[in-house]
Design a protein around this ligand. Structure first.
Ligand SMILES: Nc1ncnc2c1ncn2[C@@H]1O[C@H](COP(=O)(O)OP(=O)(O)OP(=O)(O)O)[C@@H](O)[C@H]1O
Length: 296
């Protein structure tokens, strides 16, 4: 197997009064998309900002291509920040050119425009572009040095479904071109779609990690039954499968056998109006591991 492009060993990051990352380790194979999935405050951004060299680590080791990060890391990595202000009074095309000229090794202008679908907005003022267009420009800026390793911090937060899918296509194309992508997200559908491997984080720790397919087939084979939460918790006390009260009040029941669970609920006299039964996904795995939903 090819050696990892990036390896993180026992990384710890403390802010003055917060232990944001509590000793995490993982490695990333070249040409794959590695996802850090977790709820708000899990430590995803801190982790990638330490890896990127923007924040100093408290302790731990970060290796790029088997060596401590150095000049080659700075040259070969591309970073899309979560909240970046674009330069004012420039058009999209001018911004792209400005960024390309910061580097000696740079991606072709036309290729960047095509990859990030900027054709129609090149002449537009940065202040007059939509959220999805801004994310595509930020991605083009992150790709300006034709990086081998690309960090995307929650690139689709706040985008509408069509803009999210556009960004997903772009990430898939980057992977097809052999680039390595490190992505943070709190959208489990995004993680399932894009990531070859995943680390699921909560409270600064990795609580599950592995190939996305393997995680899904090992932990998400069953179904989840969702009930409007009108009944009180005592009603479910005798249920033979795991159940959870979600923040929005609904009850989530995880079962390998939805047929027998539904019979059980009927026998318990529970009103099944408004019931939803769905195959399990990474959201259910997170719920199983932490007792709470990924997104509230
Ligand atoms: N500069 C800072 N100073 C102090 N605490 C911080 C700082 N930045 C983040 N934190 C805290 O560290 C923890 C991890 O935050 P982080 O932003 O890394 O999480 P996250 O998983 O990226 O969340 P989000 O999805 O909201 O971006 C949180 O408790 C956060 O409040």
């Amino acid at each position: 197997m090819e050696p990892p492009i990036l390896e993180v060993r026992n990384l710890v990051k403390h802010y003055a009064d917060v232990e944001a990352v509590k000793g995490i380790s993982f490695s990333i194979r070249p040409g794959t998309c590695f996802g850090l999935l977790g709820p708000n405050g899990a430590g995803k951004t801190t982790t990638i900002e330490v890896i990127e060299g923007i924040l100093p680590e408290t302790s731990g080791e970060i290796l790029y291509k088997d060596a401590p990060r150095g000049e080659s890391f700075s040259r070969e990595a591309g970073i899309q920040f979560q909240n970046t202000e674009l330069p004012m009074f420039l058009t999209v095309g001018e911004t792209l050119e400005t960024f390309r000229h910061l580097y000696t090794k740079r991606a072709g202008r036309e290729a960047l425009i095509a990859i990030c679908r900027l054709e129609e907005i090149l002449k537009r003022d940065n202040r007059k572009i939509s959220g999805g267009q801004k994310q595509r420009l930020l991605l083009a800026m992150a790709l300006a040095n034709d990086p081998d390793l690309i960090f995307l911090d929650e690139p689709t937060t706040g985008l509408d479904p069509q803009a999210r899918r556009h960004l997903w296509e772009i990430v898939e194309n980057l992977k097809r071109d052999g680039k390595t992508v490190v992505l943070t997200t709190h959208y489990m559908d995004e993680a399932e779609k894009l990531c070859d491997e995943l680390a699921i984080m909560d409270h600064g720790r990795i609580i599950a990690m592995g190939a996305t397919e393997a995680l899904l087939s090992a932990h998400c084979r069953g179904s989840s039954i969702f009930l409007p939460g009108t009944a009180n918790d005592d009603t479910f006390a005798t249920l033979t499968t795991p159940w959870f009260r979600l923040k929005d009040g609904r009850i989530a029941i995880q079962t390998e056998n939805p047929d027998s669970s539904l019979r059980e609920l009927v026998a318990m006299g529970i009103d099944l109006s408004g019931i939803v039964v769905m195959p399990q996904n990474l959201e259910d795995l997170f719920l199983k591991l932490t007792g709470k939903a990924l997104r509230n």
